[in-house]
Design a protein around this ligand. Structure first.
Ligand SMILES: [Fe+2]
Length: 165
């Protein structure tokens, strides 16, 4: 008997896993180059740790669904993330572009977790709800932080530019 809700949930978990691998690569690249923005760097490093936990949660959810998490095909997305980060690193206003990209990325993640949480009961996986909600809260915190710091980061960038001129 096909279980469409369960299949949709499993595909969603796999996609979310690929998304978090991409997020991790982006933040790893960024954190190496954020010495001039210590506050942003601290936030990115903290969220990088959260992202590693989120990946473990997704792997546990997949295993609870009877899916192996070793066969995840995240490579293509990871390569894309690296290319995005490299493209940004060439530009002088890398910090601004990365801030906008991170803002978009966190909101993408929020929607993905909300969708997974909505599927839990129908997929027969009510126990997956709590860990997914924990990840959702972390994404919402990060998105809120970025949203409330866009102007501040912009003015910091401006002052760095003035010092370098
Ligand atoms: Fe995130």
């Amino acid at each position: 008997m096909a279980n469409i809700a369960r299949d949709t949930f499993v595909v969603g978990l796999r996609n979310a896993h690929a998304m978090e691998v991409q997020a991790r690569e982006l933040m790893e690249r960024q954190s190496e180059r954020l010495d001039e923005y210590p506050e942003v760097k601290a936030k990115v490093v903290t969220h990088l740790q959260e992202t590693n936990e989120q990946l473990k949660r997704l792997e546990q959810c997949l295993e609870a669904c009877g899916e192996s998490s070793s066969s995840l095909k995240d490579t293509a997305q990871s390569l894309m993330a690296n290319m995005t980060a490299m493209a940004h690193s060439v530009a002088g206003d890398e910090i601004l572009k990365n801030t906008f990209a991170n803002n978009a990325f966190e909101n993408f993640e929020i929607a993905a977790y909300k969708s997974l949480i909505a599927l839990c009961s129908a997929a027969g996986m009510p126990e997956a709800k709590a860990p997914l909600e924990a990840s959702l809260k972390e994404e919402q915190r990060m998105a809120a932080w970025i949203d409330s710091n866009v102007e501040k980061v912009t003015m910091e960038f401006l002052s760095h530019q003035r010092q370098a001129a």
